[in-house]
Design a binder for this molecule. Structure first.
Ligand code: AHQ
Length: 244
């Protein structure tokens, strides 16, 4: 008689789904992987970076910022739900601007000028290092190639963003007094926008990922985006840590 083959089914296939509160808690628990804990960010937030390192971070993060509208446009293009599109399009306006509001990309250019990077130099992308370009492009391509609900889920790293923006606003003026204060407006603007975005992003995610296997997939998607942000900081740290 053949020995019984012990084929254990993955837990995600047999475990019951988490309820909404537990699923949200599981998502929030991923905060431990957020780039607020990255060594380069810890050094930034404790005043240990020199002006060239700050400028390197601003110039590289600019590539992320200018790609957010294309990422959100990719999600819009995939999205079949009008109510979701009516809300999601606001994200493009937040960054590209809308009527007389110049938008977040322009605010990041002002941050660049405040740390000493001329507008044309920032837009040249000459400082963007390969690892940052690779990670950002991976995020945009993920949004293009994935179901729109997975693209929405990947934006949920912003659950953790208000804290990092508030830290910069609280600490940079004393840690980096050489940075012109109005350059920090971008961080100020993102706190309420991130909070608004997360309410919608969480609602879509909690509504769509309903089986345990789907909920596990949502955690994997969030981990992918956390890795995008962490990899950007790795590449920036490698490129600028030796700079004195
Ligand atoms: O400035 C940021 C921003 O506009 C966004 C959009 C959102 C997304 O759609 O993925 N994520 C995000 C983030 C911004 N700033 C980052 C930071 O550390 O300043 C944090 C980042 C995020 O948490 O995903």
């Amino acid at each position: 008689m053949n020995a019984a083959i012990n084929v254990t089914q993955p837990a995600a296939d047999i475990d019951p789904p988490w309820n909404r509160e537990e699923f949200k808690s599981q998502l929030m628990a991923q905060e431990i992987h957020y780039h607020i804990h990255h060594p380069f960010n810890l050094r930034m937030n404790s005043g240990q970076l020199n002006p060239e390192q700050i400028r390197g971070w601003v110039a590289n993060r600019f590539y992320y910022q200018i790609n957010i509208p294309q990422k959100d446009g990719a999600i819009l293009a995939n999205c079949t739900d009008r109510e979701t599109r009516r809300k999601w399009i606001l994200r493009i306006h937040d960054h590209d601007g809308w009527e007389d509001n110049a938008g977040g990309i322009e605010a990041w250019v002002r941050l660049g000028e405040a740390v000493g990077i001329p507008r044309s130099e920032l837009w040249s992308l000459c400082h963007v290092v390969p690892g940052v370009r690779f990670a950002v492009d991976a995020y945009v391509n993920f949004a293009r190639q994935s179901p729109w609900q997975e693209g929405v889920c990947s934006s949920l790293t912003e659950m953790f963003a208000p804290k990092i923006h508030k830290e910069r606003l609280a600490n940079w003026p004393s840690l980096y007094p050489w940075i012109e204060a109005q350059g920090l407006q971008y961080f100020r603007s993102r706190i309420s926008l991130a909070e608004r975005d997360v309410v919608h992003g969480l609602q879509v995610t909690l509504d769509h990922f309903t089986s345990r296997a789907q909920q596990q997939r949502a955690l994997e998607i969030l981990q992918f985006k956390l890795d995008v942000l962490w990899s950007m900081m790795d590449a920036i740290e490698l490129a600028y840590s030796g700079r004195v």
